[in-house]
Ligand binder design. Structure first.
Ligand code: MLC
Ligand code: AMP
Length: 494
């Protein structure tokens, strides 16, 4: 079997990680991992155990995630701004044996307990233990929580094989090699920043320059050094374009990169054109999900194609299906179907939730993404929508409307609530809530309800606007009409 991260199997002085001005070589990452393995052994943690990592903006967060992977323990990456109810859910569902944090004081107190420090990673006086190189096995490597239309977020379990196959396919599409430094300012608790950005760099043997806080000027400066690839979500491209208009150094940074890659949500055609006009180069899109990793990517051997996410990656089987799950053969760039995929990139299932897994993956291994797309003659997909109107993509984060609705409905002064995503030029979609107050004559303040959501859920799930209504629009059967809410949102904004 092959090592998962070949550059760590024969570690040398080449840089593999830069965070906040500090750079670590492959040899230093392995040494840190050796100290982490010793710490895990002392705690009685065994391969396969779940270990939480609060992904704070700190070099040690990235190191801990790599070290866990090498040690064969399953990382549960935790958003450092997790709300109380989300933390309670992860604590009971993933039940991590221990959680680690670079700064334990800054982690929200709660059911995940007080985390252990990560000081040992960079402290050469700490004991270390031999690190066996992780191979490309089928064993779980990550549990990544992802929101669904209803209920609580589900833990997608990804194996080392899922990750390695997908990274190799991306490397071939992007001609991604050890000579490339990836630059990103993404969080490490999702696929994009963690699997693609950090594990991808380790797999190809290149360097990750991680800027734990998104800021256009610093990102642009990092892109100017050497052969670089930018990974970003559309909101970041939008903000980079805004900044580039005011600051030529930002445009220069975008121009300097070897590749600009967008994903996690659709980048509008006008935004593509704006960036091309500003910096003379196009953005390549790729398309994926937490559960399936990346399914399609435009090969960089051809030109960027605004609006297209490219053909399936090598090894990915892809079909478009109609409502009855029948294959649509058309390649006319017009007929719309649900994207259905199969291949080594598809996750092993949802943690503790075979029913939810069976709902999205059939007996033959086909995964139903819920995304709607067209396909052209060359096999390139255009993502044109999604089946579930109750899923919102805001800033590249997937958010279930139902989770916010349930949270609002928990408030004693709320009778019922409905949440929608409204088109937004910066965030893609912004969250708007409609609330029927228990006492319409004396409703709570909108701010109090937004704060109520903020206490329970991560900040990106907070409604940006909250409107009180006498009743929610329903059809004759009593079914909530979200289309009616969209019209209402439009009228309230005008
Ligand atoms: C938010 N804020 C609010 C608010 N909502 N404040 C008051 N009222 C509300 N209703 C706060 C935020 O907490 C933040 O506070 C501030 O307002 C600004 O928020 P923002 O405008 O949303 O943006 P920001 O925090 O700047 O973040 C933008 C971003 C972020 C693009 C940097 O959305 C991001 O990191 N996105 C990446 C998502 C990602 O990695 N997705 C990958 C999923 S994997 P404060 O205090 O922080 O300033 C996947 C698979 C694949 O999809 O294909 O890749
Ligand atoms: P997540 O579960 O956070 O991984 O989000 C996955 C979802 O993001 C997909 O189902 C798509 O709806 C969306 N997505 C990811 N990449 C793209 C893209 N390039 N274009 C459009 N939508 C995308």
């Amino acid at each position: 079997m092959q090592p998962l991260f070949p550059c760590l199997a024969a570690p040398d002085d080449r840089p593999v990680l830069t965070v906040d001005g500090r750079t670590l070589s492959a040899a230093q990452v392995v040494a840190a991992a050796a100290r982490h393995v010793a710490a895990l052994t002392a705690l009685g943690v065994r391969p396969g155990d779940h270990v939480g990592v609060w992904t704070q903006p700190d070099l040690r967060s990235a190191l801990a995630l790599a070290a866990n992977a090498l040690a064969g323990v399953v990382s549960v990456p935790l958003n450092p701004r997790l709300g109380a109810s989300e933390a309670a859910h992860v604590a009971s569902d993933a039940a991590p044996r221990f959680c680690f944090a670079a700064d334990p004081q800054a982690v929200p107190a709660g059911p995940l307990g007080r985390p252990l420090m990560l000081d040992h990673l960079l402290d050469e006086t700490c004991p270390s233990e031999h690190v066996t190189m992780r191979e490309i096995d089928e064993a779980p490597m990550l549990v990544l929580y992802t929101s669904g239309t209803t209920g609580l977020p589900k833990g997608a379990v990804l194996s080392a094989a899922n990750i390695a196959h997908n990274l190799d396919a991306l490397a071939s599409a992007w001609l991604w090699t050890a000579a490339d430094a990836v630059v990103h300012a993404l969080p490490l608790f999702h696929v994009h920043g963690l699997v693609l950005g950090w594990f991808g760099s380790l797999r190809v043997g290149g360097c990750l320059r991680w800027l734990p806080r998104f800021e256009p000027a610093s990102l642009a400066a990092a892109l100017c050094r050497g052969r670089t690839i930018l990974f970003a979500v559309p909101t970041m491209f939008h903000r980079l374009a805004e900044a580039a208009e005011a600051d030529p150094a930002v445009a220069e940074g975008l121009r300097a990169a070897r590749l600009l890659i967008s994903g996690s949500a659709g980048l509008g055609v006008r935004e593509h054109q704006r960036i091309a006009a500003l910096c003379g180069r196009g953005v390549y899109e790729r398309y994926g999900l937490t559960e399936t990793l990346i399914n399609c990517a435009l090969p960089v051997s051809g030109p960027p194609r605004p609006g297209y996410v490219g053909p399936p990656l090598p090894g990915v089987e892809l079909r478009l299906c109609d409502d009855q799950r029948r294959t649509i053969a058309a390649g006319d760039d017009e007929t719309i179907g649900e994207v259905v995929v199969r291949g080594p990139q598809v996750f092993t299932g949802y943690l503790n939730n075979p029913v939810a897994t069976a709902a999205v993956r059939d007996a033959e291994g086909w995964f139903y993404t819920g995304d709607l797309a067209t396909r052209d003659q060359s096999g390139a997909l255009r993502i044109v929508g999604r089946r579930a109107t109750d899923l919102i993509k805001s800033g590249g984060f997937k958010i279930g409307a139902g989770e916010i609705e349930a949270c609002l409905a928990d408030h004693p002064e709320v009778r019922e609530a409905a949440v929608i995503g409204v088109d937004d030029p910066d965030l893609g979609e912004r969250i708007v809530a409609f609330v029927v107050a228990r006492d319409p004559a004396a409703p709570p303040s909108a701010e109090a309800l937004i704060q109520h959501v903020a206490a329970a859920l991560a900040p990106h799930k907070r409604p940006r606007a909250l409107h009180f209504v006498a009743e929610l629009p329903r059809n004759a059967m009593g079914k909530l009409l979200k289309s009616g809410l969209r019209a209402l949102a439009a009228s309230r904004c005008s």
